[in-house]
Design a protein around this ligand. Sequence first.
Ligand SMILES: NC(=O)c1ccc[n+]([C@@H]2O[C@H](COP(=O)([O-])OP(=O)(O)OC[C@H]3O[C@@H](n4cnc5c(N)ncnc54)[C@H](O)[C@@H]3O)[C@@H](O)[C@H]2O)c1
Length: 325
Amino acid sequence: MLRVGIAGAGFMGEVHAEAYKRISGAEIFAIAETNEDKRTGFVQKFKPRKAFSTVEEMVQDKEIDLVDICLPTPLHSNAAISALEQNKHVLLEKPIALTVAEALQIKEAAQKSEGKFMVAHVLRFWPEYELIKSLLSGDKIGKIREIYAARFNELPLWSEGTWLMNEELSGGLAIDLMIHDIDFLVWNFGRVTDVMATAIKNEQDFSLQAIAAVKFEGGETANIEGAYLNPSGRGLTTEFKAYGERGLLELYPNMNDLKVTMAKAQEEHFKIPSGDGYYNEIAYFVTCVSEDKTPDIITVDEAIESLKVALAIRESVAQRKWLAL
Ligand SMILES: NC(=O)c1ccc[n+]([C@@H]2O[C@H](COP(=O)([O-])OP(=O)(O)OC[C@H]3O[C@@H](n4cnc5c(N)ncnc54)[C@H](O)[C@@H]3O)[C@@H](O)[C@H]2O)c1
């Protein structure tokens, strides 16, 4: 039984804990959370055997096998590196880090460690996105001309001390939210060569909406949109469209509909397999650790590539021009 220590009992810490409860090969052994009320609430709900007030203390615990990092993004690199130095297995929430330099330090620590390492880019584990990938790589709609991928959320006021509303801490819209679609497209189409993006900002210079045109090495192009404009109570909504030479693929997950429209408006609806991306992602990492396999659905280099694209989008907004990667 793998002994898991979760770092951070915030929004994602609870999502991950709910997944571990359903995974037979792992137990929620410890929690590290600085906020006392949240730590107490987590202990009452998930009954870990140990509770720490900081991740720094938790990574020293000899009994923990796997450290699952659900901390604010500026803490990712220190927490991941110190856990890897203790030869723990590390599952790290996205984005890998706020800068490429930090991400490369994590990569180096992962290479030296006996622990396995994976960045939790969850779209690669949601059944509807796995289905899209199989349809696109299976040539269902022919060569891809254009993608539109959008992700709209409410203002991220839920984060501890509203750190997500501070672009210095969260990286902002591209690095925190749009990176989901960026990473999904990197998974499908590989390296990005050029980006051009614009954004709408509020009085505090916080991007509320951004749209990025992205070109891939294989010639595909995508428009990736992200926004914190959904009214409160609406939650997260997403859209995905792929225009191919032979047809159009459309996904509206909130409507549970994945449709392909071919010539002469012939429609085919695909059943989206049931399943929870967070559970699938965490169960996959636990299996990799238990069976001593290197996680390869998402590699550290791909997580770094996704971060580079997100950073280039933010930079393109600032410089108001196309940037080559
Ligand atoms: N994959 C997804 O769908 C998804 C969704 C939301 C957030 N995220 C990512 O998950 C991470 C966490 O985001 P969140 O929304 O859960 O934030 P959050 O603010 O809700 O939770 C973070 C928690 O970490 C705690 N913390 C801070 N410093 C600590 C320390 N040194 N030791 C122990 N605990 C500490 C905070 O008190 C807080 O409770 C971020 O990197 C974010 O980008 C991923």
